[in-house]
Design a protein around this ligand. Structure first.
Ligand SMILES: NC(=O)c1ccc[n+]([C@@H]2O[C@H](COP(=O)([O-])OP(=O)(O)OC[C@H]3O[C@@H](n4cnc5c(N)ncnc54)[C@H](O)[C@@H]3O)[C@@H](O)[C@H]2O)c1
Ligand SMILES: [Zn+2]
Length: 360
């Protein structure tokens, strides 16, 4: 069991990490968001796995429960889903005090969070992330929103939850590939800001991949602490929060040019390797550090190279990324294991060389 406090100037909340927490969701929520009704927003897959259990716990705590699910997947993180969810909430007469609970991965968290931020101009929002990526990344930080045809995450808000309630036992039903994708963000956290976390992952890979219960709690707690600390220092991403984009400018371009055959976490893994290569060429990290990073990703089972489209399409996609400023490519580069910096104006030739390194 672990608890991380997030203290923003205007809002304070707790992140609870506890195996089996979903069974006690009702009693936990009674204290955090007392109301007559509540809505659980989830996707069809997570609903089939956990919906009944969550409903039962909430009903035992005397909530009138609406479980509203939508088709999962990035394509459904959309205004269409949001519109359908508004209808469900309005039809059931959910009130200003009724909490909206996001039960699922990052797609559910982002979509439900946007609904919570805008339904009746904002209702209490509770995150119950069930994917590793959502536990360590998406559910912390208050960014909510949806995709539109023009691009990902272009419509949204900053909306902080009343609490993040993490039941690490849900990771047992998460597909392995999704687990590894979440681990890519954990390695990212270690590289950009927490050398102790990085070594801890190195020392506990077997327990993590074996889903040892206590290890999972500690994995999530260590990552949540790091992310929460960065978010508290820079809620609206005017400075330090940008470091969380390590590997992501490369990563987004790889995802996109692979037509999403390469999943986000896999692309982030490749992106970390590429960014580290650029940093190595600029003399910002040592060869020893570079090898450690690549070795850890490999041991986890994440890719360090892949068959990518060559050259220009990738570079062009990188230039379209929203982190690019005035056409020059800005990258987050490690300066050691546990530290990173934003670097403007990285030379195109260095980026090409890094792309070559990760191409099979
Ligand atoms: N808001 C933020 O700060 C932030 C940060 C990072 C990522 N994101 C967003 O998160 C999304 C990706 O999240 P994700 O990787 O969780 O994807 P996801 O929500 O699509 O979940 C991945 C798959 O796993 C399934 N799943 C989730 N939990 C499960 C469980 N316990 N058992 C069985 N199946 C389970 C889902 O149904 C889905 O099929 C993206 O849309 C991304 O933009 C947001
Ligand atoms: Zn990411």
């Amino acid at each position: 069991v672990a608890r991380v406090e997030v203290s923003l100037p205007h809002h304070q909340y707790s992140i609870l990490i506890e195996p089996g927490l979903l069974e006690r969701l009702g009693e936990t929520l009674r204290v955090l968001a007392p109301a007559k009704k509540c809505a659980v927003i989830t996707d069809t897959r997570v609903n089939a796995e956990y919906g009944a259990r969550v409903r039962q716990s909430l009903e035992a705590a005397e909530y009138q429960v609406l479980v509203a699910d939508f088709q999962g997947g990035e394509a459904h993180k959309s205004l269409v889903s949001v519109g359908a969810l508004y209808d469900r909430l309005l039809d059931e007469r959910l009130e200003r005090s009724s909490p909206v609970i996001a039960l699922g991965g990052g797609v559910v968290g982002d979509t439900a969070g946007f609904v919570a931020a805008t339904y009746l101009r904002g209702v209490p929002f509770i995150q119950c992330p069930t994917s590793l990526l959502a536990m360590v990344d998406a559910s912390v930080g208050g960014k909510v929103g949806v995709n539109v045809s023009q691009g990902k995450n272009l419509i949204g808000a900053f909306y902080q939850p009343e609490a993040v309630l993490i039941d690490t036992e849900t990771l047992r039903t998460l597909p392995k590939r999704e687990l590894l994708c979440g681990l890519a963000e954990c390695v990212k956290h270690g590289v950009l800001g927490d050398a102790v976390l990085f070594s801890w992952i190195e020392d506990h890979i077997d327990e993590i991949l074996g889903l040892d219960s206590e290890t999972l709690v500690e994995l999530v707690a260590r990552n949540v602490r790091l992310k929460a600390e960065i978010v508290v220092s820079d809620e609206k991403e005017q400075g330090r929060r940008a470091l969380l984009n390590l590997g992501h400018t490369f990563g987004h371009a790889i995802e996109k040019t692979s037509h999403y055959e390469v999943q986000h976490g896999e692309a982030v893994s490749l992106g970390i390797v590429a960014a580290t290569q650029v940093a190595r060429e600029l003399g910002r990290v040592t060869a020893v550090e570079q090898v450690r990073i690549e070795k850890l990703l490999t041991r986890i089972g994440l890719p360090v190279n892949a068959q990518l489209v060559s050259g220009d399409p990738l570079l062009d996609a990188m230039k379209l990324d929203k982190k690019v400023k005035d056409g020059s490519i800005r990258l987050v580069l490690p300066t050691a294991i546990g530290a990173a910096e934003v670097v403007d104006d990285v030379d195109e030739s260095r980026i090409r060389a890094a792309l070559k390194k990760i191409s099979l």
